[in-house]
Design a protein around this ligand. Sequence first.
Ligand code: NAP
Length: 750
Amino acid sequence: MMSQPLFEKVAFIGLGLIGSSLARVMIAENLAKQIVASTRSQKTLDDAKALGLIQAGYSNPVDAVQGADLVVLALPVRATQKVLQTIKPYLSDSTIITDVGSTKGNVVDAAKAVYGEQLPSGFVPGHPIAGAEHTGVHAGKVDLFANHKVILTPLPSSGDWAVQKLIQLWQAAKAEVICMDVEKHDEVLAHTSHLPHLMAFNLVEQLANREDNLDIFRYAAGGFRDFSRIAASDPQMWHDIFFANKKAILNAVDGFEHQLAQIRKLIEDEDSQALMGLLGHAQAARQHFNHMLAKRPLMEKNKVTTQQFTILPGKKNFQGKFTVPGDKSVSHRSIMFGAIAEGTTHVTGFLEGEDALATLQAFRDMGVSIEGPKNGEVTIHGVGINGLKAPKSALYMGNSGTSMRLLSGMLSAQQFDSVMTGDASLSKRPMERIAKPLREMGAQIQTTGERGTPPVSITGSQNLQGIHYDLPMASAQVKSGILLAGLWANGETSVTEPEPTRDHTERMLRAFGYKVKTEGNRISLQGGGKLVGTEIQVPSDISSAAFFMVGAAITEGSDVTLEAVGINPTRTGVIEILKQMGADLTVENERIAGGEPIADIRIRGTRTLKGIHMPEDQVPLAIDEFPALFIAAACAEGQTILTGAAELRVKESDRIQVMADGLKTMGIDCTPTEDGIIIEGKGKAGDWSAIFTGGEIESHHDHRIAMSFSMAGLRSSGVIKIVGTETVATSFPTFTELANQAGLPIQVSE
Ligand code: NAP
């Protein structure tokens, strides 16, 4: 609540749903010393007084506005001109005049008709994007605008002093304030609000005119109810809006007719692939944008409430065969290469996480028809190496650095221009490291953020030259981005890496029939070839499998098999380290899928692990698995020492410190060092009793910390509570479900 009111005297002209909701906010937040109103009917004024919303009510707006420092026009937009004409002589230069109308162009026209081109600097039109089907002074609610958007459309004549005060006002109503120009407002609203209302009224009208209308409405299912809900809105208001925003609405209707004709034709022609493409694209777009839009409130919510895992003590069996989610790096590439291949690519085991879904959406936006994902299955109808189409707007890469860096290479070689954007965290990540070599190839690419960061803006060009590039840093993403641009470049493109990095791109290109040479640390390919659609089985992610591997290794009598896990040699450090610690671990059924080696990994709890000095050459190959390995080390006999792993301090959390804090909470003696940790294992050969004391662990919203400490629940004498576990769902959505099935019950609570 404000200690000093923002306004001396506020005059509402019109006090229905919107006006009275704002008046309620002003009272609750102490925003005005005095509130008065003018409406058409005396009854509204009497009711408003009885509700305690206004101190005085007038039938003539002139009486209301005298001495007011804020005038809010909260009436139908068609009445704007007449009201402004009437009150104009009674307003001072310091009066702020705003409105809440659903259209803005005609409100500005009304003001110009009254004032001429020189509008007062206190005049700032606005539009709260919040409402309800009911109208009138009794329908108002104090929280109507909370968590909704309010659009202000300041004019060149509007004073900043007035805009700032209105921003403060709407923020006090807990709304998110956006400033936009008038034309943009009317165009956006025509598509997102006015067209849907028009369609809802029209559909109900179409059905109501049928002879069997009674039956139709009687049997109408939930879909009809959802779709037609907004046709219950005030006809007069919508009549006014349709006229007031005529030009933009007619444009939106034209677009709708065009789209309707397109889908009609696909059904008429029984064009199954194109219809699936259209429906799939629409469904995915809705999920994608819903997700993006839902994200911020979710994150804000997470500040106050976080998810928590609780694991009760007691001896547990840990058994079963499991398939953990697919590998992220491979999921991304399956979409990218499937899209530019000739023919169809069928993907199984696709990781339906946010990052890979951003890649999928980007290719849909470039005209590729993609079915799914459904239970990890995706079918991509490849458009061939030259078949991508210009996206209609910027490609949104969410949090995914892989998508942005790999696509930088691909997009640099297209005929069309493109822009890639990302979320706040991706927008801070360096993109020059990929832009620089691409420029050497002739690409016109700019990192338009500060300090070489996104957005990335690319001008289409089809004349790239193959180059040789010595990578200054070990980065699989930069290597891949260059090689992918090389698919379209003249001659040979090659990259030398300082040390081996993940080679998923090379392997998968070969699986798509593209020749890639690897000679030592030098990788090369010739431009101008083609990719052929194929079957891709995305291997299960070894990083996710690692939690279950450690769980089984520390639990007596356990027998767990993790199926079809990717065992790309650049990723298998965790297997090597667990074996060195003495785990009973076998790699079975080795095979190749989509160019990647995969195998089933079986781990049994038959012997106590031993502490070791972790081999430094394995550190880069197991970097994501150390939190889980620390749990194994705590259960081992003797000391475990990790060195050469400073990288762990700059992951999603400082994984050395956060793990050390948690281990200490649970009774484990350990010493974090600059580049590693020393853990005094409490295990004794042949003794399978509890190792951990239980306790409350702060995961710092780091999914791998949360999952690692969950495994400690297999050897704990006390209750383990892990706070901040909501991030687990983004990398391993089935984690608690699989842990439960294996015999480790995890209670999830908010
Ligand atoms: P409402 O509940 O029907 O209230 C309208 C108010 O304006 C009433 O107090 C009415 O007086 C007064 N009024 C009507 N015609 C008038 C005239 N010619 N001269 C003086 N006063 C007049 O409507 P609302 O939903 O609050 O809508 C107000 C504005 O907000 C509209 O411009 C609308 O486009 C915009 N808006 C509405 C929504 C929504 O969902 N409803 C959402 C966003 C924006 P009486 O009480 O005496 O009839």
